[in-house]
Design a protein around this ligand. Sequence first.
Ligand code: BG6
Length: 490
Amino acid sequence: MTTTQEIFPPCDLVIYGGLGDLSRRKLIISLYRLEKGNFLEPDTRIIAVDRLEEDSASFIKIAYKSLQDFLGEPLDEAIWKKYSARLSYQKMDLTQPEEYKIFNQLTDSSKRVMVNYFAVAPFLFQHICKGLKHSGVLTDQSRMVMEKPIGHDLESSKEINDTVASVFNDDQVFRIDHYLGKETVLNLLALRFANSIFTTNWDHNTIDSVQITVAEEVGIEGRWEYFDQTGQLRDMVQNHLLQILTFVAMEPPVNLEAQSIHSEKIKVLDALRPITAENVHEKTVRGQYTDGFIKGKEVPGYLNEEGANTSSTTESFVALRVDIDNWRWAGVPFYLRTGKCLMHKRTEIVINFKQLPHNIFQESYRELPANKLIIHLQPNEGIEIQMLNKIPGIDENIKLQRTKLDLSFSETFKNSKLFGGYEKLVLEAMRGNPTLFISRAEIEQAWTWIDSISEAWEKSNEETKGYPAGTWGPVASVALLARDGRAWEE
Ligand code: BG6
């Protein structure tokens, strides 16, 4: 049993946008799972705030329905009883500062820490900040949690951060990237810094190149308008892919404290070589899916989705060659690709080691295949090392075969429950531990680099190339690596 009482005080978790998609699909579900794991402090309360005419009783019914729809396992009625007793609802117009006074009755800072989860569109952030300030309910202990989109570019992200900073100190702000809650992303820290074989073989001397693929099978799913203004570069690369990249590329942090990890990550982001209008064509590929088939099912192209503007050139696929200008990674390209409506859902990192300088096994291979470390982040979490072994036998010559050392998380850690990213992050926000959250400096540095790409695309009128849904993206993405004599891991 977890003794939550000793670890952190109870919270008044206020979810702004309590009836919205994020709340119903993720937060309500994650909090239930935390309840089930006995991670919620007995006195913690969850207050959903939204503008619709509901009350606590009807909200509890909505929460029950969300669990039925999205939990993906049978609901445990005893847990639900305990959980639902924590839930309440407050109808509010978030744009009216006066209305925030209600929190003086709904929350109690002498008993619980107020955690404000902004699960609303960013234009409401300034209203919530103003309202909370006006209400006088905040203390130094209060926190706020927000997640992407934290801006659309550097300037708008600064605006959001400034708005929040007018009410909360930076150590009260928790910026979520849900990939940092994923077990396998966190395991990168363990893999790299708890295993000497990887602490010593992790630089330009031994590594040839790195690939990071975040492939999605899903398309736009009813959010065409939002996505069309965003595109895959801002929706996925600015946050999730760059976060994974920083974990792969960073120097060893002094310890696991937030400050140490953040400062190593920011150094990597600082060292990303800007992409310019002159080289954007060789270093990037933009794609947009056309009609196709995924697992035998017909899928409409991006421009044929419901609500589509048929002249849109927004990208649903991006592939990039990224160079990190520092001592460790000089000359090692990082290839990133991510897209919607691809063949399978697959998130993985492939570390391609260098080829050996000389081959004494010419009988088996004219060129010895280099070792690979493949880290499967999702689904089928695990780690695989591809290596060569001798085929058993008493022939005269030693014959080699490619083999795998394969570690599947679900088999190795059969008795440990794998929690999802949101459970971990919501819990850490309630605990007040900022390690797994992103600092303002990181977000702004990431935007600076992403803006260089968007601007280069715009300046050079970079074309969006079509790819049929259900494939691995435009042919140009194969060419991106082929030009360097490499290929994507398939
Ligand atoms: C979100 C993006 O941040 O991540 C979505 O906005 C994307 O477009 C999703 O589908 C992918 O998350 P996951 O956890 O399913 O890989």
